[in-house]
Write a protein that binds this ligand. Structure first.
Ligand code: G4P
Length: 528
């Protein structure tokens, strides 16, 4: 027990992940409603189209109906302090989702019951599984015709490679949706459409009710009994240990829009997840209730507010307490500092935070000093948190500005967007930034880059996509000038002066290795 344990034990920090349109915004809104963070259903959703939208702040997101960036919301419920990290809804931004997951202790996966696991989301959900944190599934839109619930579970198991354990079970769907059977309480919670506000008293039925047949639709009782037998006999048993290790996902069926099954989901979620998790820093483990403050930067976002041209570094507090006026030590930069304008984003508003605890996320004004993965601690501490890996880019383009007079803005824009981790940039050895090679994980990132350069930096660009598929860092001992390479292999440099090779295929990688026995290649930049 540390001096801040009481506050820290109340914290829950989770990321919410879904395919666009599965109902992430609606579910988040309903959760906020329970916390009293908003008063009226519809106020988060309504913001989506307004100028001040929180989570969907970029025009491009609206145009494409996807969320490109993530935001953080905090609310209180039943004595808990809950931080929700929103994530991009498209797999082209799965690296951003992964970084956000690094700051979370659990993930909620929202699936549209009529669609199941959708293609675009497979990669997103897979990064979730990679983190080995609890994943809780909410199968949404049961008030619409849904797929067979067994097929939905099979989908999750096969596609994502994680076992499922339904906590409740739907009775019908769409017009025939009668409610869910709560497996723990062994009772049926009847569906009442409550379009918006807090959950109302629900009618409950027992399986032993002699009138059950007439209270449900034709055949539903028998079907339910069969389903329960099958689940009890052949389904995965609930095991909290496996849930905590991210090997078993508890599944809840419900309907966010009609506010059915949301509060019970929230309550169970709080039981299924734990207080903020300890974090690795080299060989030591930093416990959240240590008395000293520590945090790491997991996300940097420039121009969140275009009028102010600000840049915000988001930090996850890993231990201790943060105080607005405290002095901290930025380990990577080796300097003491105060964190400027620390803020928390509460529902729609940003607020200055006076204090925050392990598990919380704060955004601080960043004049360009932070990088993703940086560690901030109480002066006197010197450890570094385990870094956040970068994904190897899979798509490449050569980019230059249309108007050469805009060179300064072009360089600034490219550098800043690269610092955010939204793109990786390279150039020809011994040349400047006339032309920049850009690598991304998903092609939509190119669209975002083009859009942001035009809108935030006022620079139009010419973009030629390139046929490369792989990038490899050359071990510093090898001299790139003497390498014998296939004609379609390209030497480039990153902006720290490291040499890399761009390859079109596995074949060219093997060719390079066979023709240069001394050559050592790495998939990642170790210095990141
Ligand atoms: P997202 O953030 O995951 O992209 O999804 P979002 O919550 O915006 O929901 C996408 C659409 O699905 C919305 O309809 C929303 O009202 C609807 N929806 C969400 N949950 C449920 C549910 O449980 N049942 C039903 N029937 N619909 C649900 P829309 O028409 O795109 O928006 P709007 O016109 O309702 O605002």
């Amino acid at each position: 027990m540390g001096i801040y344990s009481e506050e820290i034990n109340k914290r829950r920090t989770f990321a919410i992940i879904s395919h666009p349109d599965a109902g992430k915004t609606t579910l988040t809104e309903k959760l906020l409603l329970y916390g009293g963070a908003i008063n009226l259903a519809g106020s988060v959703k309504g913001k989506k189209t307004s100028k001040h939208a929180v989570s969907d702040w970029m025009e491009i997101e609206k145009q494409r109906g996807i969320s490109v960036t993530s935001s953080v919301l905090q609310f209180k419920y039943n004595g808990y302090c809950i931080n929700i990290l929103d994530t991009p809804g498209h797999q082209d931004f799965s690296e951003d989702t992964y970084r956000t997951l690094m700051a979370a202790d659990a993930a909620v996966m929202v699936i549209d019951g009529s669609k199941g696991v959708e293609n675009q989301t497979i990669k997103l959900f897979k990064v979730c599984v990679m983190r080995h944190i609890p994943i809780i599934t909410f199968i949404n839109k049961m008030d619409r015709d849904s797929k067979n619930p067994f097929d939905l579970l099979e989908d999750i198991e096969n596609v994502l490679g994680i076992n499922t354990c339904p906590m409740n079970w739907p009775i019908g769907s769409g017009k025939e949706f009668m409610g869910v059977y709560d497996r723990k309480e062994e009772k049926i919670v009847c569906f009442t459409a409550n379009n918006g506000q807090k959950e109302v008293e629900k009618e409950e039925l027992l399986l032993t009710d002699p009138d059950l047949d007439s209270k449900l639709m034709y055949g539903q009782r028998d079907r339910l009994l069969e389903d329960i037998e099958l689940l009890d006999g052949a389904g995965n048993e609930f095991d909290l240990d496996l849930v905590r290790k991210g090997e078993l996902t508890p599944v809840f069926f419900g309907s966010a829009l009609t506010n059915f099954g949301v509060e019970i989901f929230l309550k169970e979620f709080l039981n299924l997840t734990s207080k903020p998790l300890a974090r690795e820093a080299g060989d030591t483990i930093i416990e959240p209730d240590s008395d000293f403050f520590s945090a790491f930067v997991f996300k940097i976002q420039a121009n969140m507010n275009k009028a102010h041209r600000d840049r915000v570094a988001f930090m996850r507090i890993c231990s201790g307490k943060f105080d607005k006026n405290m002095e901290v030590y930025h380990v990577q930069a080796d300097r003491k500092m105060k964190l400027s304008q620390p803020q928390q984003i509460m529902a729609q508003e940003r607020e200055i935070v006076d204090e925050a605890y392990a598990g919380d996320i704060i955004g601080v004004f960043d004049p360009g000093i932070f990088s993703i993965g940086d560690t901030i601690v109480t002066p006197g501490q010197k450890f570094k948190f385990k870094g956040i890996p970068t994904f190897a880019p899979e798509h490449f383009a050569l980019i230059r500005q249309k108007d050469t007079m805009k060179r300064k803005q072009f360089i600034k824009g490219m550098n800043e967007i690269a610092q955010e981790g939204a793109i990786q940039i390279f150039h020809e050895p011994e040349s400047g930034m006339e032309e920049v090679y850009v690598g991304v994980v998903g092609v939509l990132q190119f669209d975002v880059l083009k859009y942001r350069l035009e809108n935030e930096y006022n620079v139009e660009i010419i973009m030629n996509t390139l046929p490369y598929q792989y990038v490899r860092w050359i071990d510093s001992d090898s001299d790139y000038k003497t390498l014998d390479l296939a004609s379609d292999t390209k030497v480039v440099q990153d902006f720290k002066g490291n040499n890399l090779l761009l390859f079109r295929s596995d074949w060219s990688i093997n060719w390079a290795l066979e023709h240069n026995k001394e050559l050592r290649l790495r998939e990642f930049d170790e210095n990141l």
